[in-house]
Design a protein. Structure first.
Length: 139
């Protein structure tokens, strides 16, 4: 796990789900998932977007900071179809569903409107890959 991830996870847990620095005020969750090859548990911090009306649904974005490939956590989550997340002070299981088509585009556009870095990630991946959007629903 990278030093950035380790520091972010520590700060998240020490501050009831809040972190500072460039992500101060941004909604963050910790994604717990099993490696599809190793079977090892991993934890990745990532920003999310809450569903407009359903408090049991959030969306996460497999940006990998605009890299040409999807992050491993995306592949692990879509392979198993479930995960555990830490959101604020709560930890709970979620089902994972990939959002596609116009719904994906609408959700991603809203995240990019709120956080312009996401528009930059999309610009970097244009013509290479479409950044996946995953729906995580409390079970």
């Amino acid at each position: 796990m990278s030093d950035w991830n380790t520091q972010t996870i520590t700060e998240f847990r020490a501050n009831e789900g809040r972190v500072g620095g460039p992500f101060e005020g941004a909604p963050i969750v910790l994604l717990h998932h099993l490696g599809r090859k190793s079977g090892r548990e991993y934890v990745n911090p990532t920003m999310y977007l809450a569903h407009e009306t359903d408090p049991d649904i959030i969306y996460v974005f497999a940006t990998k900071s605009g890299a040409p490939t999807n992050p491993d956590w995306y592949i692990n989550l879509t392979t198993t179809g479930h995960a555990t997340i830490e959101r604020g002070t709560e930890t709970y299981d979620v089902t994972v569903h990939e959002v596609t088509g116009p719904d994906r585009d609408r959700i991603y556009a809203e995240q990019a409107r709120r956080y312009p870095g996401f528009a930059e990630y999309e610009r970097r991946t244009a013509g290479v890959r479409t950044i996946p959007v995953l729906e995580l629903k409390h079970t």
